[in-house]
Design a protein. Structure first.
Length: 148
């Protein structure tokens, strides 16, 4: 797990930070499978700030009993989906497959109501080692409502 530089354009003003049960295993998943880079580490705290070249940022840290608002049971993050926008979802889906990670939802095209138009994206969902649900997507455009 190499250490890079801060994210292009600086650190995000809002960023998810997730608790993990095995810091090294989780770092390997996020950097190896989902191809995030390490902006910085706090090894003594088992904390990492991660980012992707296409803009996504997140943090993870080894569970230590602080900030736990209730019992944590795998899968973690129930009711939440971590969304990661990428510039080439097909390439990353191929990489995920090559790493032997199963898809929660395989690569698909999905169109959703965006109010006055439909927004499309190619997406897949995977779970990280603690069960956090991650949607990886690439926007593919918009179209008028009712157009198939």
């Amino acid at each position: 797990m190499g250490i890079g530089s801060p994210p292009e354009g600086g650190f995000a003003p809002c960023c998810v930070e997730i608790m993990v049960t095995d810091f090294d295993r989780s770092c390997s998943f996020w950097t190896g499978v989902l191809q995030f880079d390490v902006a910085y580490l706090r090894p003594a705290q088992k904390f990492a700030y991660l980012h992707r070249a296409d803009g996504a940022q997140m943090m993870l840290y080894q569970r230590d009993g602080d900030w736990e608002t209730g019992p944590l049971e795998v899968p973690f993050g129930r009711g939440a989906v971590i969304q990661v926008a990428v510039s080439d979802v097909d390439a990353l889906a191929g990489h995920v497959t090559a790493q032997g990670v199963p898809f929660y939802v395989p690569l698909r095209e999905k169109w959703r109501d965006w109010g006055d138009r439909m927004g499309g994206q190619r997406e897949f969902l995977v779970q990280d080692p603690d069960g956090y649900l991650v949607m990886v997507f690439q926007r593919i455009g918009t179209r008028p409502m009712g157009v198939a």
